[in-house]
Design a protein around this ligand. Structure first.
Ligand code: SF4
Length: 702
C-alpha cells in the first residue's frame, strides 16, 4: 500500500473472486491497476484475503483477448490445442461488426433450420447482475426456451432446491456476520479458511468470544483448530450423521415445540422417520462415536442462537438436496431461524453466483425464482420485454445440455465467462461435445479451455473494467465501478450482449447498465426499494423494507414465503454414493479449491503472486498412505477412475483421511474433472464432484 502519490486514480468496487463480496479500492497508475486495498464494506470491514489483495494483475496479462476473432477456415480440428500466446494458427482477427454478425448469424441460421432449441446458453456468475439478466433474456426472448444455465448447477443448485422447497426462498436466511450474535455455529462441508477467507475471520473471532464452533467435514479443514467439536465423518455419510443428531433431539425432546407448531408443517412425518437413525446404528456408517453425536445434538439444541453454514461438501453429491434438507430440518426443529444469530447460510462460491441465480440465469426460474411454468409470470416478463411468449417447459441444465449436444439436438452455444471444458464432471465427455458443436460463440477475457473450441471469440472485460451491480452470499447488492478501460478492442459484457441481441432482431436499446437494472426492478420484488442511485452510495441487503432501510440481515422472523407461512420438514433417507470403492478403485477421490486458486484457474493462474505461491498441480494424501505406496511428497502419482487418468504431484496432508485423495480442480495439466463422476442429484441436478472411486499408483516414469 502507499499514499496518493502512488496512484493517479482510485475507484471503489468489489473483489472479483469469491462470494464474500469484499469491497475494495482500486488504485490505478499509468492506466494499470497498481494495487488494491480493502475498504469498509458490510461483508469485510476493510479486510481482504490473499486473492483480493494480490490477485488483481490478471487483468493486464499479455494473454488477454483484445480483438474479436473468427476461427480460420484452415484451422486444425477442434480440440484443446490452441497456444494462448499465439492464436493465429486457429483464429483470425475480425472487426466487431464482422464478429458480431458471424456470431449472431450462426445462431440464427441453426435456430431457423432446427428450431430455437438448437441454441443453448451458459451465462456467468462472474459478470454483473445486469449481464446475467440480459443473458437469460436473450435465450428466452430470442430462442423461445429455457435451456440456459450457469455454474450454480455445479455448486449450490441442490442447496437452492432444498431451500426453495422447504423455506420458500433460495438465498441465505441470515448474513454470515450474524455469527456475532450466535453462541453456537455448525460449519459443515465447507472450508472457509481457503474458500471464503474473510468470512472465516468472523468465524474465528466468534470462537475467541467463547462461541462454540462445530466443524463437520471428511477433511480436517483449517477451522478445526478453532472448533469445540471436530467431526471428521466418512465421505458421503452426511445424512446418516445429521439424522442421528436429529434423532437425539427428538428422543431427548430437545426440540422447540412452540416454534414447530407455529411455523412448520410435516413434523410428525419427520419425527417418525428419524426413529430409525439412532447414533449407535449410524455411528458405524458415519464413523462418529455415538457420544459425540449426542453431545453435538445437545449443544446445538441448547443454544440460545445458532447458525448453520455449509459449502459444496454438502451440495456436490447425488444426495446433495437431501443433505440440505437435513440441515434445514435441524434449524427448524430447534427454532434456530429468523432471530439474530440464527439461520441457514450456504456459503456461495463465485462473486456473483447469488446475483446470477436471482437474475434468472437458471433453466427453471425467471428472475427472483419465479417459475417458467406459470403462464402469468411469463406474461409479466414478456409484457416488459415487448415480446412473444416462450416455452413453459423447464429447460436443460449444464450437464443435460452437454448430453443434448451428444444427442445431436443442441447444435450451437453461446458461452459467456464460463469454462465448462474445465469445470464439468467427466470433462472429456464435455470437451468432445463442444468439439461437435456446429457453432460456438465464446465471450471471455482469456482463451479458456472452452474457448479452444470456439468458432468466434468476443473479447470481454474484467470486473475492474466494467460497471454494474453484484450480489454476494449475504444478499448484499453492491456496485462495481470501472477503474480502468478494457484493453484495446475488448468491451464490457453487457455491450456485447446488446449488440448480439440487435443482430438477433430483439430490438434492444440499452445504452447503460442502469437502464438494465431499472428493468430488472419491475419484476423482481427482492429489489424493492433498491435503486441504482442508492447503490451509488451504499450497499443494500435485500429485502429492504423502505428507501432508507439498509436491508434485513435476518429474514423469516414471522413466517415463511410458503403456503400458510409455514416451512416444511422433508425427511431424508440414506443414499450411498453413486460409485463406491472396490478392488479395482479402492480409494475415494474428492475435489475442491485452494486458497490461492479460484475455480478453473483462468484468472488466478495468471496472477503473478498467486501463481508463484501455488504453481503446480498437486493431490493431497495422508503421509501414511504415501509411505505405504513408497511415494515421497513431491513425486508424481497417477490417479485413475472409470473416466480416465491424470498424473500429478503428491503432497502429504494429515487433514486427509488414509483412504482419500483430495485434488484441486484449477489445473488444466492435471484436470481433476477428467476423473469426476457425472452422476447427478435427481432434484438439484448437481454432479457428484465430492465422491469418486479412484486407484492411486506411483507414476510409472518416476
Ligand atoms: Fe475477495 Fe473473497 Fe478474498 Fe474477500 S474473501 S478478498 S471477496 S476472494
Amino acid at each position: 500500500v502507499g499514499d496518493s502519490a502512488d496512484f493517479d486514480s482510485e475507484t471503489d468496487s468489489v473483489c472479483p473472486f469469491c462470494g464474500v463480496g469484499c469491497q475494495i479500492s482500486v488504485k490505478v497508475k499509468d492506466g494499470k491497476v497498481k494495487y488494491v486495498e480493502g475498504i469498509n464494506g458490510p461483508a469485510n470491514e476493510g479486510r481482504l484475503c490473499v486473492k483480493g489483495r494480490f490477485g488483481f494483475d490478471y487483468t493486464h496479462h499479455p494473454h488477454r483477448l483484445t480483438k474479436p476473432m473468427i476461427r480460420r477456415d484452415d484451422a486444425p480440428a477442434k480440440g484443446l490445442n490452441v497456444d494462448p500466446g499465439d492464436l493465429s494458427t486457429h483464429f483470425r482477427e475480425a472487426s466487431w461488426d464482422e464478429a458480431l454478425d458471424f456470431a449472431a448469424g450462426g445462431m440464427s441460421k441453426l435456430a431457423q433450420a432446427h428450431g430455437g432449441k438448437a441454441v443453448a446458453g451458459f451465462g456467468s456468475a462472474k459478470c454483473t447482475n445486469e449481464e446475467a439478466y440480459l443473458f437469460q433474456k436473450m435465450i428466452r426472448q430470442g430462442f423461445g426456451h429455457n435451456n440456459v444455465d450457469h455454474c450454480t448447477r455445479l455448486c449450490h443448485a441442490s442447496s437452492v432446491t432444498a431451500l426453495i422447497e422447504n423455506v420458500g426462498s433460495g438465498a441465505v436466511t441470515a448474513t454470515f456476520n450474524e455469527i456475532e450474535n450466535a453462541d453456537v455455529a455448525i460449519v459443515i462441508g465447507a472450508n472457509p479458511v481457503e474458500n471464503h477467507p474473510v468470512a472465516a475471520t468472523y468465524f474465528k473471532q466468534f470462537t475467541k468470544r467463547g462461541g462454540k464452533l462445530i466443524v463437520m467435514d471428511p477433511r480436517g479443514v483449517g477451522l478445526r483448530r478453532f472448533a469445540s467439536h471436530m467431526l471428521q465423518f466418512r465421505p458421503g455419510a452426511d445424512v446418516s450423521m445429521l439424522n442421528a443428531i436429529m434423532h437425539v433431539i427428538v428422543e431427548e425432546e430437545l426440540y422447540d415445540k412452540q416454534y414447530i407448531e407455529t411455523y412448520t408443517e410435516n413434523w410428525e412425518a419427520e419425527k417418525e422417520h428419524l426413529k430409525a437413525f439412532s447414533p449407535e446404528e449410524m455411528s458405524g456408517i458415519c464413523g462418529i462415536a455415538p457420544d459425540v453425536l449426542r453431545d453435538v445434538a445437545r449443544t446445538f439444541a441448547g443454544a440460545k442462537s445458532a447458525m448453520i453454514f455449509w459449502g459444496m461438501g454438502i451440495s456436490q453429491h447425488i444426495h446433495g438436496t437431501d443433505n440440505s434438507r437435513c440441515l434445514i430440518s435441524l434449524a427448524l426443529m430447534t427454532g434456530q431461524i429468523g432471530r439474530p444469530g440464527s439461520g441457514l447460510h450456504p456459503l456461495r462460491g463465485q462473486n456473483n453466483v447469488q446475483g446470477a441465480s436471482d437474475a434468472g440465469l437458471v433453466p427453471m426460474f425467471l428472475p427472483d425464482y419465479q417459475s417458467v411454468m406459470d403462464d402469468g409470470i411469463r406474461k409479466s416478463f414478456t409484457d416488459v420485454w415487448g415480446s412473444e411468449d416462450f416455452s413453459a417447459e423447464k429447460g436443460l441444465t449444464v450437464t443435460e445440455i452437454v448430453d443434448d449436444i451428444h444427442a445431436g439436438n443442441t447444435k450451437a452455444m453461446y458461452i459467456l465467462g464460463e469454462n465448462p471444458a474445465m469445470s464439468d464432471p467427466d470433462v472429456d465427455h464435455a470437451r468432445e461435445a463442444f468439439a461437435k458443436l456446429e457453432h460456438l460463440v465464446v465471450q471471455d477475457i482469456f482463451l479458456t479451455e472452452t474457448a479452444n473450441y470456439a468458432d468466434v471469440l468476443l473479447p470481454a472485460s474484467t470486473l475492474f473494467e466494467k460497471s454494474g451491480t453484484v450480489s454476494n452470499t449475504n444478499r448484499q447488492v453492491q456496485m462495481v465501478r470501472q477503474a480502468v478501460p478494457p484493453p484495446c478492442d475488448a468491451r464490457e459484457d453487457w455491450w456485447i450482449e446488446v449488440e448480439l441481441a440487435k443482430r438477433l432482431g430483439l430490438g434492444w436499446t440499452y445504452t447503460d447498465p442502469s437502464e438494465i437494472f431499472a428493468e430488472m426492478t419491475v419484476n423482481m420484488r427482492s429489489f424493492d426499494n433498491i435503486t441504482w442511485d442508492r447503490l451509488k452510495t451504499e450497499a443494500v441487503t435485500y429485502p429492504s423494507l423502505s428507501p432508507t432501510d439498509p436491508g434485513q440481515s435476518v429474514v423469516f422472523g414471522d413466517g415463511f414465503p410458503r403456503p400458510d407461512g409455514r416451512a416444511k420438514f422433508t425427511p431424508a433417507s440414506v443414499i450411498p454414493p453413486d460409485e463406491v470403492p472396490d478392488a479395482e478403485f479402492p480409494m475415494i477421490m474428492t475435489t475442491g479449491r485452494q486458497l490461492e486458486h479460484w475455480h478453473t484457474g483462468s484468472m488466478t493462474r495468471r496472477a503473478k503472486v498467486l501463481d508463484a505461491v501455488e504453481p503446480e498441480a498437486n493431490a493431497s494424501l495422508h503421509p501414511k498412505t504415501l509411505r505405504a505406496m513408497g511415494v515421497e511428497p513431491g513425486e508424481m502419482i497417477e490417479l485413475t477412475t472409470r473416466r480416465g487418468s491424470i498424473t500429478i504431484m503428491a503432497r502429504a496432508d494429515r487433514a486427509v483421511s488414509e483412504d482419500m485423495v483430495f485434488v484441486p480442480f484449477a489445473y488444466v495439466e492435471a484436470a481433476a474433472n477428467i476423473l469426476t463422476n457425472p452422476a447427478i442429484d435427481p432434484y438439484g441436478k448437481i454432479p457428484e464432484f465430492k465422491f469418486a472411486a479412484v486407484r492411486v499408483e506411483k507414476a510409472k516414469d518416476t
